[in-house]
Ligand binder design. Structure first.
Ligand code: ZN
Length: 142
């Protein structure tokens, strides 16, 4: 299972989700343990351990059984890319006046599946929407 750690394009949605959660945990708690990730993703600790070992083998995290894990530079790159996409997509959908519950659910899916090209177009559109209150208003659901 050789995913080139230098090429974030090849990471799967599941891998991106893990790296996103691990990065968030480290940011908020200062560390990420298997038990915390299992609670966040609502899956078993055994499944988390298997995945984290895979991420370790792929050079995305450094995992030590009793000490938790840290993101490698490659892992941080993927996590930062997803965090950036998460923030931009959230902002984009907010411009459309969507409900926060809908936004957070949809963003978690979209962030993994929108191509670089579409993402760049949405980025430009968001900037346009931010600068155009009338356009924004006309697009918002009643
Ligand atoms: Zn996300």
């Amino acid at each position: 299972m050789a995913i080139a750690s230098s090429s974030p394009r090849t990471t799967t949605a599941a891998v991106e989700d893990y790296l996103e959660r691990i990065s968030e945990l480290i940011e908020t708690k200062g560390y990420a343990r298997v038990v915390d990730i299992a609670a966040e993703l609502k899956i078993s600790q055994a499944s988390v351990t298997t995945m984290v070992q895979r991420l370790d083998a792929e050079g995305l995290v450094n995992y030590e059984k009793y000490r938790g894990m840290v993101l490698t530079e490659a892992g941080q790159k993927v996590a930062a890319r997803i965090a950036h996409r998460h923030a931009l997509l959230t902002n984009f959908l907010r411009q459309l006046g969507l409900d926060e519950t809908v936004i957070s659910r949809d963003v978690e899916g979209m962030e993994h599946h929108v191509s670089t090209e579409t993402f760049a177009a949405l980025d430009r559109l968001t900037a346009h929407l931010e600068a155009s209150p009338d356009l924004r208003k006309s697009l918002q659901a009643e």
